[in-house]
Design a protein around this ligand. Sequence first.
Ligand code: NAP
Length: 258
Amino acid sequence: MSSNRFSDRTVLVTGGGSGIGRAIALAFAAEGARVVVAGRGRAALDETVALVRESGGTAFAEVADVTRADEVEALVQAVVDRFGSLDVAVNNAGVFRGGPLAELSEEDWRTVLDINVTGVFLAMTAEIRRMRTQPGGGSIVNVSSNLGRYRQVPGATAYSATKAAVTSLTRGTALEYIAEGVRINAVSPGASDTTMSLRAGETEAERAARMAARMKEESPLGRVSTTEEVAGAVLYLASDAAASFVGTDLVIDGGATL
Ligand code: NAP
C-alpha cells in the first residue's frame, strides 16, 4: 500500500544527483513530496528529476555547491520562492578521501572537511533560519556515517572525523532548535550500495566477496545496505510519526558496529 506521508511538503536533498541522495529524493517523491535536488553537477541532478517525473512525482534541480555560503543561501531561497516553504531538508552531500592520516594530503584533508562539515554547517544554518519562521517548523535529517562516532577503520580517519562532527552538529543543534519547531536528526549508514563504498579499482562483485569474507568486521548481515533501506530511515525520521525523535542518529550498517 502506498502512503502519502509527505503530500504538500517541500523537501530539499543535497547530493540528490546520485547514490543515497537520489534514492532519498525518489522515496520522498513517491510519498507525495515536492522535491528539490541540489549538487554541483547539472546532468546528474537532471537525471534524478527525470526519474521522479517518470514515476509521476514533482521534482526540480538546483545547481549549488554546499561549500559556498552564497550558493546555499540562494538554494534555500529558490526552494521557498518555488514552493512557498522548506519543510524537510536532507543534508546528504558528502565525499570520501582515504589513506592513513600521515599519508593524506593537506588538500584532501581540507576538501573532505569543507564538503562534509562546513557544507553541513552552511546548509543547516540557512535551513534553520528559514524553518524557524514557518508556522509548521521543519525537519532536518543529516546523512552521517557509522564511521566516526561509532566505528573506526584504518585509512578512513579523516572521513571519520568529519562524520563524527556531523553527528555532533546534529545532536547539538537538535537541542538548540527543537523549542523553535525545528526537529533535527541523522542517519549513519555503513557500507551502502553506491560507488563510495567501492575500494579503488574494486568491482561490485569484489565488494560483495570482501563483505562476505569479513562479515564480522564489514557487516554481520553479509552485504551492503541498499540505498532504499537508507532512504526508508530518512523518511521515517522526517515523518510526523517520528515527532519525538530529537537528535537521534540511526545506525544502518547490518550490525557492523555491534
Ligand atoms: P555519491 O553517490 O558520491 O553522492 C555524493 C553526492 O554529493 C553527489 O551527488 C555529489 O554531487 C554531492 N556533492 C559532493 N560534493 C558536493 C558539494 N560540494 N556541493 C554539493 N553537492 C556535493 O555517494 P553516496 O554514497 O550516495 O553518499 C551520500 C552520503 O552518504 C555522503 O554524505 C556519504 O558520506 C554518506 N555515506 C555513504 C556511505 C556509502 O557506503 N555509500 C556510507 C555511509 C555514509 P556533485 O559531485 O555533482 O556535486
